[in-house]
Design a protein around this ligand. Structure first.
Ligand code: N01
Length: 550
């Protein structure tokens, strides 16, 4: 009896050893990681684990809790489509899902497929090294865990490494500062505070109107003026829900067939096909409808500068109409790039917010931010802005940042950071030569951020799953792309980008231009999701052309 008791006590003291060797390690528990886990564990019956830095599922949505955070894909398309039951049982409440609802959805998915038992939360990956002799990846974590797996699959998203600009004096600031991409889960109380927001991208455009509702004063520091179209968010009506139930198969078909993965079709007509009066009516209708569909009004908006100018001018005029103060309106409408060449935001009362007495716009292109001071912020002209809270809506080290943060080393210790010194080089956005059995879901060079993300993610995850299944069926141990395949793909990525106006936004994060010192390379694949899907399918059908399997 005594011995049994002691044994029990001892068992309690020594924690059960966690499994450390797997067929696959997946990094990240957002959309990609959850689905990849389900595919490998439940469809292929592999041993798989997800390592997730956050304490819950959600990926980018676990961290981006800033005021107003909401998706710009419509809710009925911002979800998984692989399971009909899941699709029909989940009910979204609004046209666009807010951050909390996306987390609830992903939590539901994780519970429904019993995924959480295979996820290690609060586990940040600090390194991943390929052991050539063993043909296994060795993964280390911040907590000191060492795990190994044959396959390493990154599901870290494209926009998860917060970019806090190195403005001198930040450490001296006596108030509080926060980055929107690392928002505190307990929230931030702006009541009675003087708030400064740096950044007017999709995030800043969403957060400013909401912060202004409670702040004593909000100063928005704008470096590059931005287009935005009203989102027109609203609760989903019973009629729309009925429409969805009746039409989901068709909507899913459209999402998989359109270049951007959204449930609407891009018009075939060109701007020049209609008269100026007709064009104005088309833009007006799209403005009233709201959302990213504005971009789909004409086929050539992203292909022809003259066509684009008509949309740009329409939006600039809207800004001038909405914003009452003429000088502020001109600063907001002084946009230097083609419409949608940077990711086009959609908003709820962004421009309207500048009509409030407690909101001011400061043009920091004309008068750049020089320093953060103990009491606020100073611009080059010497003007001081006293602040209690600074909100950095300054974006992300996009696409490559989350991958490089994992400190990945391939054959002969080659660091991914060195392999990508001059910018990301890979094949299909999925694999890098010298890094066998590593798959990067929505990596640079894939459509990812130019597509409705869940659509891009499902395609990548299913392609990777099929590839691993085929390797297993043929008893193959290793898959690795080649330098030649990467060269060809980099050419294709550049060709696709250069066929559009996208590279004309010189300061865009698509080009890495928002992070000082980052190589200027157009990162996402602009050839369209449908074309990309066909390319990937063809490559697999031809025996994984461009990969060496052994
Ligand atoms: O980041 P951004 P974001 N001094 O890089 C400014 C997705 N997203 O978080 O343009 C002054 O676009 C910078 O100025 P400039 C979506 O894909 C989606 O807003 O570099 N300003 C810019 O104004 C999106 O594109 C949703 O001159 C500085 C801003 O900060 C992506 O995330 C919502 C500065 C950064 O804009 C990133 O959006 C939110 C400095 N030193 C985000 N440094 C939806 O689905 C940077 N800036 C709706």
């Amino acid at each position: 009896m005594a011995t049994a008791k002691a044994a029990k006590k001892g068992a309690r003291r020594a924690p059960a050893r966690k499994q450390q060797a797997f067929d696959a390690i997946i990094v990240g528990a957002g959309f990609s990681g959850l689905y990849q886990l389900h595919c490998l564990r439940d469809r292929l019956d592999l041993s798989a684990v997800v390592l997730e830095a956050g304490d819950g599922v959600g990926g980018t949505w676990y961290w981006n809790l800033y005021p107003g955070a909401r998706c710009d894909s419509e809710s009925h398309s911002y979800c998984f489509t692989f399971d009909d039951k899941l699709l029909s049982e989940w009910q979204w409440s609004e046209r666009y899902p807010g951050h909390a609802e996306v987390r609830r959805y992903l939590d539901h998915v994780a519970d429904r497929f019993d995924l959480k038992r295979s996820i290690r939360f609060g586990t940040r990956v600090t390194g991943a090294t390929y052991d050539e002799a063993a043909n296994r990846w060795q993964v280390t974590t911040e907590g000191g865990d060492k795990l190994t797996a044959k396959f390493l699959i990154t599901a870290v998203g494209c926009l998860s490494t917060a970019n806090v600009p190195a403005i001198p004096g930040l450490h001296s600031f006596k108030g509080r500062w926060v980055h929107t991409g690392q928002w505190p889960h307990e929230g931030v109380d702006f009541t009675g505070k003087r708030v400064g927001q740096i950044g007017t991208g999709s995030t800043g455009i969403q957060s400013a109107p909401v912060i202004a509702e409670t702040a004593k004063h909000l100063t928005v520091f704008q470096r590059t003026a931005n287009y935005s179209v009203p989102a027109r968010n609203a609760p989903l009506t019973p009629e729309f829900r009925h429409y969805l139930r009746e039409n989901y198969p068709e909507l899913v078909r459209i999402m998989r067939k359109t270049p951007n993965g959204h449930p609407f079709v891009i018009e075939r007509r060109l701007v020049a096909d209609v008269t100026p009066v007709e064009r104005q009516a088309i833009y007006e209708a799209a403005w009233e409808k709201g959302g990213l569909q504005f971009r789909a009004t004409f086929h050539d908006l992203l292909l022809d500068k003259a066509a684009n100018d008509t949309a740009a001018e329409f939006i600039k005029n809207k800004i001038r109409t909405i914003v009452k103060d003429k000088a502020t309106a001109e600063k907001l409408a002084d946009i230097d790039h083609p419409y949608a060449a940077k990711r086009p935001p959609i908003d709820t009362d962004y421009f309207e917010a500048f009509n409030r007495d407690n909101v001011t716009l400061v043009d920091v292109r004309a008068d750049p931010i020089e320093a953060i001071t103990p009491g606020g912020l100073r611009t080059r002209s010497g003007k001081e802005y006293p602040l209690d809270i600074i909100v950095f809506a300054t974006g992300f080290d996009a696409m490559t940042g989350p991958l490089l943060a994992l400190n990945i080393r391939g054959r002969e210790g080659l660091a991914l950071a060195d392999a990508w010194k001059a910018g990301p080089r890979n094949y299909l956005g999925l694999q890098v030569a010298g890094f066998p059995n590593l798959f990067t879901i929505t990596g640079p060079g894939s459509p990812s951020v130019l597509c409705n993300m869940p659509v891009a993610i499902e395609q990548h995850v299913e392609w990777i799953t099929d590839c691993i299944a085929e390797m297993r069926a043929k008893r193959l141990q290793r898959i690795e792309t080649t330098d030649a395949a990467m060269d060809g793909w980099v050419q294709e990525v550049n060709r696709a980008a250069n066929a559009t106006l996208l590279p004309q936004a010189h300061h865009s994060w698509y080009l890495g231009a928002n992070v000082p010192g980052k190589p200027r390379v157009f990162m996402p694949y602009a050839g369209g999701m449908a074309r990309y899907r066909d390319l990937c399918a063809g490559i697999a059908a031809r025996g994984y052309e461009g990969f060496v399997l052994s």
